[in-house]
Design a protein around this ligand. Sequence first.
Ligand code: DAT
Ligand code: MG
Length: 149
Amino acid sequence: MERTLVLVKPDGVQRGLIGETIARLERRGLKLVGLKLMRMTPELSAKHYAEHQGKPFYKGLISFITSGPIVAMVWEGREAVTVVRSQMGATDPLKALPGTIRGDLALDIGMNVIHGSDSPARAQTEISIFFRPDELVEYERTGDRWIAE
Ligand code: DAT
Ligand code: MG
């Protein structure tokens, strides 16, 4: 089953949006298989955001993402990457549709509450940056047969 990495960014943690974010993904039917509260180090953030190195917003992004605790999660489900991306909304919250996490809960591109991997390949890489294999839990939920046939 497909897995994706989700972060509640420092703004989301400070604003009390951990539960709200989890609730939305949980209610959608995705399954939580990994979860930790942590502070990203500069080294970890450079690894995670390597693709953005050199861009004008890179320095600000690194200082923001390391500015306070984040919640790192792994969510599992059919097309989990696409499902989470659509539920997150556009990168710029002003362009994100109502009903999405960013469209409902954020206003600024630099403080957009949530990160989600943008492809299955990136998801695998990002999950391995944040979690050891033994930190991910495989289990069955009794409700799963009411979510997918
Ligand atoms: P996403 O988080 O939607 O995958 P991204 O990978 O392009 O977006 O960028 C990573 C983060 O960097 C994004 O969540 C917020 C920040 N960012 C992106 N573009 C930016 C910009 N033009 N100005 C300021 N911050 C930006
Ligand atoms: Mg991205």
